[in-house]
Design a protein around this ligand. Structure first.
Ligand SMILES: Nc1ncnc2c1ncn2[C@@H]1O[C@H](COP(=O)(O)OP(=O)(O)OP(=O)(O)O)[C@@H](O)[C@H]1O
Ligand SMILES: [Mg+2]
Length: 474
């Protein structure tokens, strides 16, 4: 295969010297005379290398480099510098250039750098493509033969090759991503891309441009044009993960895109047609979110034409032993470990556990004890330690979730607070105190003695507080 190289320099003699030499080495060469041409050409062809002069009028090489790095273009870039600007060259590598060459150059050295850059580009591309095909998934890799899982396989079979939107729900770690891939790789779109975008992982203000892309200058920081995930997934599947986290405003825009099959990049009035199949997933109960007005009803109905609801692992305990076998096989292959066996007691313990983190948690526990266990037979003891460790982690996480709720509520209280009163401390504490006392009075059926005891305060203090805080005490 002949590789394309783009040479960008404002001096014609330099373009000529470099071009002739590289053509002699068998490369195909295109030329740009300035930064604007560089950007234009780089986005129109897949160059295996771009040679870019730093010193150019208007857009200089650094600016071009920054813009190329911010766009989808992955071609390696080698900067051409005057000899006295080696510090520039260091900076350019830090900015993502592959290498630099200094003028006046030794053509042999240029040839070597070009070859190295092209090789590394080729292998990076290969890794990406391979990784992609490794990810393809067949139904046989999904473990589980409980009734619910069998229904899910049937649904996948029925809908995979139709272009219907699918909504996948289920607690964290139940296999939503796995099912998403299974649908894609069993669909007519399997030879095209599956692109995933996780709404909860992107800062709110960037989600729209991530999905729909943007034109250069659409907002501060939009230094170059960028394709959105919709365009990237064109012809294939777009997985919108954690869709329950999307703002209502953006939900309206998404609905319009689904209806019109067109997107508008930020900063552009021109529609771009997209042919994308949507698989949305969430660990929220979207019906409840609709009721709370956090999720648009029309979008919900549009998405849930087909819903796959993945049951939590604790509700399909029969699958646990099969999953254990699956993961022990998987990790003895992947980690090159001796195949280990769980003792009956240990197995029973795994079956009895309630797995708040579902299949992912089970997978992690199996993997970890396989590595940790010195013996071929995995004992209950080593497993207990691992499960307890996980449990503590979960409890800590739940606690921090409560803290987050409390801190959110305090912030809300502060929004309406009168800062001039200089009494914020009492205002906030009283609010909490009142609820605490009310809740306990209710629990004790209005028994003040018992409430005071539980709270660990004096009965008179409680009565005083009930009066002060105007609590109805029965
Ligand atoms: N039925 C299954 N058979 C085999 N492996 C499974 C199964 N379900 C889940 N897994 C494995 O468990 C792990 C977690 O699954 P996955 O990432 O699909 O969960 P998820 O529902 O998307 O979780 P989250 O909501 O946290 O994103 C993965 O490594 C996946 O391969
Ligand atoms: Mg997931």
């Amino acid at each position: 295969m002949q590789h394309n190289i783009l040479i960008v320099d404002d001096e014609e003699s330099i373009r000529w010297v470099l071009g002739t030499s590289l053509e002699k080495s068998g490369y195909k060469v295109d030329y740009g005379e300035n930064g604007a041409q560089a950007l234009d050409k780089a986005s129109s062809k897949d160059y295996s290398l771009i040679l870019l002069d730093i010193n150019m009028p208007d857009l200089d090489g650094f600016e071009v480099l920054t813009q190329l790095k911010n766009s989808d273009i992955e071609s390696p870039i080698v900067l051409i510098t005057a000899q006295n600007t080696v510090s520039n060259a260091i900076e350019s590598i830090q900015m993502g250039a592959y290498d630099y060459i200094a003028k006046p150059f030794d053509l042999e050295a240029v040839g070597r750098v070009a070859k190295k850059a092209i090789e590394s580009y080729k292998s990076a591309k290969k890794i990406k493509e391979n990784k992609f095909s490794d990810e393809s998934i067949s139904l046989s890799e999904i473990v589980g033969s409980s009734g619910e899982m069998l229904d899910i396989y049937k649904t996948i079979g029925r809908v995979a090759d139709k272009d219907i939107t699918v909504l996948i729900t289920g607690e964290s770690g139940t296999g939503k991503e796995l099912i998403t891939k299974a649908i894609h790789y069993n669909s007519l779109r399997k030879n095209n891309k599956i692109v995933s975008v996780n709404i909860s992982a992107i800062p709110k203000e960037l989600i729209e441009s991530e999905l729909f892309g943007h034109e250069k200058g659409a907002f501060t920081g939009a230094v170059s044009f960028k394709k959105g995930r919709f365009e990237e997934a064109n012809g294939g599947t777009l997985n919108i993960d954690e869709i329950g986290e999307m703002s209502v405003d953006l939900q309206s825009k998404l609905l319009r895109v689904l209806e019109e099959k067109k997107i508008y990049r930020l900063g552009s009035e021109n529609p771009v047609e997209v042919d994308v199949r949507i698989i949305a997933s969430t660990n929220r109960k979207l019906e409840e979110e609709v009721e709370k007005k956090n999720f648009r009803e029309d979008l919900f109905y549009r998405l849930n034409a087909i819903t796959v609801n993945l049951p939590p692992l604790r509700e399909r305990k029969d699958d646990i032993t099969k999953l254990i076998d699956h993961f022990t096989n998987k990790y003895s292959d992947e980690l090159n470990l001796e195949k280990k066996i769980f003792s009956d007691e240990a197995k029973q313990m795994l079956v009895d556990h309630n797995w708040p983190g579902n299949v992912r948690e089970l997978e992690n526990v199996v993997k970890k004890v396989m590595v940790l266990s010195p013996d071929r037979i995995i004992s209950k003891k080593i497993l207990t330690e691992e499960i307890n460790f996980n449990q503590n982690k979960n409890e800590a996480r739940e606690l921090s979730e409560i803290d987050k709720i409390i801190s959110d509520q305090i912030e809300k209280l502060l929004e309406d607070a009168d800062y001039d009163s200089k009494d914020i401390y009492n205002m906030v504490i009283n609010r909490f105190e009142r609820h605490l006392i009310e809740i306990l009075l209710k629990k004790t059926n209005g028994n003040k003695k018992k409430t005071a005891e539980i709270l660990g305060i004096n009965r008179n203090t409680l009565s005083k507080k009930i009066k002060e805080l105007e609590i109805k005490s029965g």
